[in-house]
Design a protein around this ligand. Structure first.
Ligand code: ATP
Length: 245
C-alpha cells in the first residue's frame, strides 16, 4: 500500500495549552479517511498543520514523500483543501474566483472550471457575485476550488456544514464518484458520524487533542452495532482515562 500522508508525533499547543499531542496518522492511496471527534477535539488543528496554515511545535509530516514544512510546495501540489469557512474575495463572481484559483494550476482549462461548477451545482450562478451567496453556496464554491486541479488527495474540514439536504447528498455522491472513478483519496473531518460511516473506509477518533483509536470501518462494525456506538464507547473510555489520571 502506498503511503501518501504520514504524521509522526505531530504536536501543536496554543497559548491556552490546548491543541493536539502526538498525532500519528497514515493515509494510504485510495483511502477515504474520516477524522471523527467532538467540538474542540483538535481535528481542524490537525488539518491546518498538514496544509501549512499553522506550524507544528514538534513532529514530522510527510506528504507524497515530501517533508513539510521544508518541501511544502512540492508536497501540496497534489492536494486540494477546504479548511474552515473559506475566506472569499466577496466582490468577485464565482467564475472569477475559480479563475483566480486556476492561475496556480497551469493545467486547469475553462472546460474543467465549467465541469466543477456543474458538479457542485453552481453553474447557473457562475456570474453572480459571491457577496450574494448563502453559506451553503460558498461551501460548494470552496469544494469546487478544492477539486479543480484534480488533486490526488482532498482534505475537507466539516464539508457539509451549512449545506442543505440536497447539497449534502451532492457532496456525498461527489466523494464516492471521485474516489471510485479517479481513485482520489480523502481526509475528512466531521462530527456527522452517519455521513462518515457511509463514506469512509477508515476512521480515526480524536478526543482531547489525541488520536484515541482508528480502524477500518468494516472491522469496527464487526464488533459494534454501529459506528456511533463504537464512537460513544471510545469517548466514554477516554473520559474515564482522564478522570483517573
Ligand atoms: N487559534 C487558537 N488559539 C487558541 N486555542 C485554539 C486556537 N484554535 C483552536 N484552539 C483550541 O484548540 C482545541 C482544538 O481546536 P480545533 O479547532 O482543532 O478542534 P475541532 O476538533 O476542529 O473542533 P470543532 O469540531 O468544534 O471545529 C480547542 O480546545 C480550541 O479551543
Amino acid at each position: 500500500m502506498t503511503i501518501i500522508l504520514e504524521t509522526s508525533h505531530l504536536s501543536k499547543e496554543y497559548g491556552n495549552k490546548r491543541g493536539i499531542r502526538d498525532m500519528n496518522i497514515q493515509l494510504h492511496a485510495g483511502d477515504v479517511y474520516g477524522l471523527l471527534g467532538p467540538n474542540g477535539a483538535g481535528k481542524t488543528t490537525f488539518l491546518k498543520l498538514i496544509t501549512g496554515l499553522i506550524r507544528p511545535d514538534q513532529g514530522a509530516i510527510s506528504l507524497f514523500n515530501y517533508q513539510l514544512p521544508e518541501q511544502f510546495e512540492a508536497g501540496m501540489q497534489h492536494v486540494g483543501s477546504m479548511i474552515e469557512s473559506a475566506d472569499f474575495h466577496e466582490f468577485l463572481g464565482a467564475w472569477q474566483y475559480l479563475e483566480l484559483v486556476a492561475r496556480f494550476y497551469p493545467t486547469v482549462t475553462k472546460k474543467r472550471m465549467e465541469e466543477v461548477l456543474e458538479l457542485v451545482g453552481l453553474i447557473k450562478v457562475r456570474k453572480e457575485k459571491i457577496k450574494g451567496f448563502s453559506t451553503g453556496m460558498k461551501q460548494k464554491l470552496a469544494l469546487a476550488a478544492a477539486i479543480l486541479p484534480e488533486p490526488k488527495l482532498v482534505i475537507l474540514d466539516e464539508p457539509t456544514n451549512g449545506l442543505d439536504i440536497e447539497g449534502t447528498v451532492m457532496f456525498r455522491k461527489l466523494i464516492k464518484q471521485l474516489s471510485t472513478e479517479k481513485g482520489t483519496s480523502f481526509l475528512i473531518s466531521s462530527h456527522m458520524i452517519h455521513e462518515l460511516e457511509q463514506l469512509c473506509n477508515r476512521v480515526g477518533i480524536v478526543a482531547d487533542g489525541q488520536l484515541k483509536k482508528e480502524g477500518y470501518v468494516t472491522e469496527l462494525l464487526k464488533n459494534n452495532q454501529s459506528l456511533e456506538q463504537f464512537y460513544i464507547d471510545e469517548l466514554e473510555l477516554s473520559k474515564e482515562d482522564r478522570e483517573s489520571a
